[in-house]
Design a protein around this ligand. Structure first.
Ligand code: CA
Ligand code: CA
Ligand code: CA
Length: 999
């Protein structure tokens, strides 16, 4: 044989590894294959390279240039036959698999020949180090996930990646990436952004069987990804091929096999019950049936899945809006079943020609849940009388159409248009009974309760209409990318409390005070404990829009065979409007750089040193439109009372401080840009630097280590001090000067002559600080029977604020939390943040016991979360420093020595303890081990698989989140009896059975 194979380095990205998405070549829904041909004795330009997907017949031909390199861009994820031919005769070929967003490399080194002999390159060495790629994260396909004991949702997949930790359970199931708050991530399916539109918490998802591959980007990502300062979860779904494929699956999580939960108690663990999960139950049955195949062979393919679900979810809960001060007092039984819970998904792919294709994609995850509420006596663990029901509409539909085209060998284009609609509306049946909670320290049977579940009424619907255009152009050693995209985010959100009121009964210790808008609202001078009631009225809303757009430009330059540089820029625009249609905030970001390099120091393709530096911006979410510009009023009035009526509402009301008994948190004046946005303010941004080293140690093992540094570039948050517009507060960059107008008469028109520039010193806020430092070590081992992934992350998340949302008080108002409302709220705020976990060890993988039997495991060992003790008062009542609300780092000792002898307790005489953030210990370490067993068998011609997953095998139920409110609501010097009590624990052990058949 005169054709000789010298070096065949077929680099495919490891499915579970570090290869990961190429900053350079790939985009968010496709992959690419690059290659090189060296011919001794002839010019490479006489040869042609062909990539063919045998399953769909998709074939691309490229004339190889004189330098021997060739590149297939925008290939659907899959396995391709790559062939080199001369004059129509194949002289060499190989099989190359490409993962989502990655680049595979095929290298052919042949001798010129006149004969028609074909070399079929088999068993080539697989190289796990992708030299075209400098970003960080994880790529994992659905087949791998099926073998692992991993819950079937985006968050659980994200938590496999390095540097992610679970977000606070008050925000639902979320993940924090690299110290960022859980509301700073974005998620995509087939290129459509499916992130929760209003708050950025959570993602839209398709039936799980529909997914094909997941990419979790934890840092260093390309300029085409933006609007996130956390991480990206990017998925593509399955498509039909020429082969018919039918599958049916069933999944069952029986409540009978779940372990019992926990209770927490107030007063250091000996007081009344606070949270009770011992009666919580979750039961799930779900099925899916899918069909895929050709409508026209080699041309038109479809994939369709239906996924009926039947879920019941029962749990105890606290009904009021101030749940940190009150115990579980209601029991909810939720049921989602029937036609209103039929999830479905579909994809149609039309290969118009080998160079032009159209894809249609759609899904529904609409779910209607009936929610019945009962009274609950936590002390007795007794479910009481039925109070009412509510219809909860969740989920929605999405659809998109995508064109992918190779205009020439060097120029490719993709265009996507899509729309996501999601609903979050609750419709209660009982409109007679208000929300009532009783936080007084009295026996449960003496507490005042509502005659119904309480809550609020209103609609809540999000829409996100998206258009994007991406171009790729090869120019010599350069790959140029450019793109533009825009999103129109529309939200309709209204809310009003049932009966117009929401009551919380509390007691005030002697000499304790209630804080008002301007200092102390009331001090209890009665000499004894005083019962009082607060009425919080949060009402308003409407329909409003945000317009977002961005463009980017990126050049990936193969400087030498061993060095690749990437330089990109991205610019975003965010324009948010209120119910009146007027813009209230508008930003154009600076050019955000995205830089990366990879360097193969040895030149053997077995190791790389890589680094990235980039700036990332977060848009103003639609929740801000709702809170600031939709006519929301939010006020709390304090009363004494003499009794209560049958609904639980108080009687004999008397404003506790006369005309001055109301605290106003928000007036219904829609914000306008002149007053709401400081002229100098920049949007929220983070800067990130990563340096890493990756080494293929053996054929089976790749090791890597990387260092990560992230810091807040500019923070954007609302400031509400006396210099801010009193109607709406003002968005500023804390610690910087700002210019804005006032609207203190609340007519939504800037007050004439009020525009002024204030220095940073006058505003008095500290500079926003949030840094994340991490070292990660990773080992990926892939042998025939064993796949193992080990990740250790040492990290510190430190600063005076967490980010978009605030875990320690559960505030889900991204970018407009109580942080920076006043200087006093930041006094003591510096410390380790809620997503800080010093040590996190992750180990997961699969082991094939036999050809038919495999086990999977997933374990995480993590250190605990830092804890604070929040107070309700502040040593100074200077209104420029302290606005008399919010959670401070000062605890009043109830000591007020009359040093000036005026027989009064003056503010300056009160003695406080300063307790800085994160200095009262941490939640305990947690260890979680999940195991799975998978058995493959055949019935007739049907490939069957039976699966058992056991989650939290050891049933470890350590506390993951606990109450950090030391003082009772608005009441300095009164200890919250539930301080330190657990909100939540690790999920108790449960079992999941799965069965699937495929033919
Ligand atoms: Ca704020
Ligand atoms: Ca005005
Ligand atoms: Ca005095």
């Amino acid at each position: 044989m005169n054709i000789r194979k010298k070096i065949i380095a077929v680099a495919i990205t490891s499915a579970l590894g570090m290869g990961i998405p190429s900053i350079a070549y790939a985009d968010n829904t496709t992959a690419s294959i690059t290659g090189s041909l060296t011919v001794s004795g002839a010019s490479a330009s006489e040869y042609t390279a062909t990539a063919k997907d045998p399953k769909t017949g998709l074939t691309r031909n490229i004339e190889i240039g004189t330098d021997g390199t060739f590149r297939f861009s925008k290939l659907p994820v899959g396995t391709y036959e790559v062939a080199i031919s001369k004059a129509g005769i194949v002289v060499a070929k190989d099989t190359v698999s490409v993962s989502l967003g990655s680049n595979a490399n095929a290298t052919f080194d042949i001798q010129a020949t006149s004969g028609p002999e074909v070399i079929s390159i088999v068993g080539a060495r697989i190289n796990n180090v992708d030299l075209t790629n400098s970003d960080s994260g994880l790529v994992i396909d659905k087949g791998e996930i099926d073998l692992l004991p991993v819950a079937r949702n985006f968050t659980s997949i994200a938590l496999l990646a390095p540097g992610t930790v679970a977000g606070d359970s008050k925000f639902g199931q979320t993940a924090s990436f690299g110290g960022s708050s859980a509301a700073e991530n974005s998620c995509y399916i087939n290129g459509l952004e499916v992130t929760n539109t209003s708050q950025g918490l959570g993602c839209g998802e398709v039936p799980f069987e529909f997914y094909r591959e997941f990419q979790v980007k934890t840092g260093g990502y390309s300029a085409q990804f933006g609007r996130t300062t956390g991480g990206v979860i990017n998925a593509v779904t399955k498509s039909g091929t020429n082969e018919w494929d039918f599958a049916a699956t069933g999944r069952y999580i029986p409540k009978s096999l779940a372990s019992e939960g926990q209770i927490s108690r107030g007063n250091g663990g000996v007081g009344a019950i606070f949270r009770d999960t011992t009666n919580d139950e979750y039961n799930l049955w779900e099925y899916s049936v899918s069909a895929a195949g050709p409508i026209i062979e080699d041309k038109l393919f479809f994939y369709a899945i239906v996924n009926p679900r039947n879920v019941s979810n029962d749990f105890a809960t606290q009904s009021g809006t101030r749940s940190q001060y009150a115990p579980d007092d209601q029991f909810i039984k939720r049921d989602s079943s029937g036609a209103d819970n039929l999830f479905w998904g579909a994809k149609v792919d039309w290969n118009i020609t080998d160079d032009h294709s159209l894809s249609f994609f759609g899904y529904s995850n609409r779910s209607d849940t009936n929610s019945d509420t009962y009274a609950y006596d936590a002390e007795e663990g007794q479910i009481g009388k039925y109070l009412g029901s509510s219809l909860r509409k969740r989920g929605g539909t999405a659809k998109s159409v995508t064109y992918n085209g190779n205009i020439t060998d060097d120029l490719s284009l993709s265009v996507m248009y899509g729309k996501l609609e999601t609903e979050y509306t609750n419709t209660p049946s009982n409109l007679e009974c208000p929300t009532v909670s009783d936080s007084r320290q009295i026996p449960a049977d003496q507490k005042i309760t509502s005659c119904g579940p309480g809550g609020s009424v209103g609609v809540n619907v999000d829409e996100n209409t998206q258009t994007r255009v991406d171009l790729q152009y090869v120019l010599g050693d350069h790959l140029l990318k450019a793109g533009y995209d825009k999103q129109e985010r529309f939200t309709s959100h209204t809310s009003a409390p049932i009966t117009g009121h929401s009551w919380t009964y509390s007691s005030l210790a002697p000499n304790a005070g209630i804080q008002g808008n301007d200092g102390n609202l009331y001090t209890n001078t009665t000499g004894q404990q005083l019962d009082y009631v607060q009425d919080r009225i949060f009402a308003g809303g409407g329909g409003f829009n945000s317009d977002l757009s961005a463009w980017y430009l990126e050049d990936s330059w193969q400087v030498t065979e061993n060095v690749m540089l990437t330089a990109g820029v991205r610019q975003d625009k965010f324009d948010n409007q209120g119910v009146t249609g007027l813009t209230f905030s508008s930003f154009k970001t600076d050019l955000a750089p995205r830089l990366g390099f990879t360097w193969d120091p040895v030149g053997d393709g077995e190791s790389k040193i890589y680094g990235t530096a980039g700036r990332y911006y977060l848009p103003v979410p639609n929740n801000t439109n709702y809170r600031a510009a939709s006519g929301i009023s939010d006020s709390t009035t304090y009363y004494t009372f003499t009794g209560h009526d049958d609904t639980g509402a108080p009687t004999g009301l008397n404003p506790i401080a006369g005309a001055n008994s109301t605290v106003v948190n928000s007036v219904p004046t829609p914000a306008i840009q002149e007053t709401f946005q400081s002229e100098e303010a920049e949007p929220f941004s983070k800067d990130e630097y990563i340096l890493g080293y990756q080494k293929q140690v053996t054929e089976e093992m790749v090791m890597s280590v990387r260092g990560i540094y992230r810091e807040v570039g500019t923070a954007l948050d609302d400031y509400c001090g006396p210099l801010a517009s009193q109607a709406t507060c003002t968005l500023v960059n804390p610690g910087s000067s700002g210019t804005w107008s006032l609207d203190n008469d609340g007519d939504a028109i800037a007050d004439p002559g009020s525009r002024q520039t204030y220095s940073a010193e006058e505003i008095g806020l500290p500079k926003a600080e949030n840094t994340y430092k991490a070292i990660q070590a990773e080992v990926n081992y892939t042998a025939d029977n064993l796949r193992l992934n080990f990740i250790y992350t040492w990290s510190k998340s430190y600063g005076n604020f967490e980010g978009a949302v605030k875990s320690d008080i559960g505030q889900a108002d991204p970018g407009v939390t109580q942080d920076f409302d006043f200087p006093a709220l930041m006094d003591g705020a510096e410390g380790y943040q809620a997503n800080d976990r010093r040590h996190v060890f992750k180990l997961f993988g699969t082991y094939n016991l036999t050809d038919d039997l495999s086990v999977g495991f997933n374990s995480t060992l993590s250190s605990g979360r830092p804890l604070s003790a929040f107070g309700q008062g502040y040593p100074s009542n200077d209104p420029s420093v302290y606005g008399s609300y919010g959670d401070t780092f000062y605890l009043y000792t109830n000591q007020c020595p009359d040093t000036n002898g005026n027989a009064q307790c003056d503010q300056s005489e009160k003695i406080y303890n300063r307790v800085e953030r994160g200095t009262v210990g941490r939640t305990p370490w947690t260890f979680n081990l999940d195991l799975s067993l998978n058995y493959d068998f055949k019935i007739s011609d049907i490939d069957m698989r039976a699966t058992v997953n056991v989650y939290n095998v050891l049933d470890v139920q350590e506390i993951v989140s606990q109450n950090e409110h030391y003082e009772a609501r608005s009441s300095e010097g009164t200890k919250n009896q539930y301080y330190g009590a657990a909100y939540d624990w690790q999920e108790p052990r449960y079992v999941e059975f799965g069965i699937s058949g495929r033919f």
